[in-house]
Write a protein of this length. Sequence first.
Length: 270
Amino acid sequence: MDETNRGRLTRDGIRIHHPDDFAGMARAGALAARILDDLIPHVVPGATTAALDRMIEDAVKDAGATSATIGYKGYRHASCISVNHVVCHGIPGDKVLKDGDILNVDVTVIVDGWFGDTSRMYVAGKLSRKTERLLEVTHDALMKGIAAVKPGATFGDIGHAIQSHVEAQRMSVVRDFCGHGLGQVFHAPPNVLHYGRPGTGPELEEGMFFTIEPMVNLGRPETKVLADDWTAVTRDKSLSAQYEHSVGVTATGAEIFTLSPAGRFHPTYG
């Protein structure tokens, strides 16, 4: 059997993977998470996002893995690095980090054909209380979304768990970008919305693999994409944060493939 087509598709086009496939996803996710762990001491005032990206590219190569983003739709970097009011898909460059900057670093690696996709927030220097609260709300929203994952639940349940938590804290969920299915491909059905109504959308089944990656703004949810056709920013220039895990639906809940080996997924935890 062709390994890329193992399993079956639901009527919504979502692949149901074989139980053995969880191990491949765990290996890919663990590498992506370890690379982000190793980046922590290098995110300091004075560092450039290009230098951080080079470290990531070198780490992927040293591990004998492949970067999923280099060459993807013409993209040339091993990560997306989104600073302050950049929501997602920030392009690494000569930008020098300043004290108090927050940044999301998003990495996807391919290990033995499996895709490990994760992102997390970092802080250069001292974290303000307002910014710390944004990070806490975004991180907790992701974990509430993951807690809603189980067979028989719906993707609307995931979105509702995230949206209700964020909006209760007077912040907003970005609607222009979403999570996605993955496995032996980078992007596949379903679109995993980070807002929604309980009981709506496709039903979750054991063997589904996808990312949950809410983007949360201190201000309004609207975004715009800059002239480079990649960088998305908040329209009102408010700060934005994002956390992302890749997960698989198990018989009883969710397996997180991209847990931080060092327990440092959140910059102020661990």
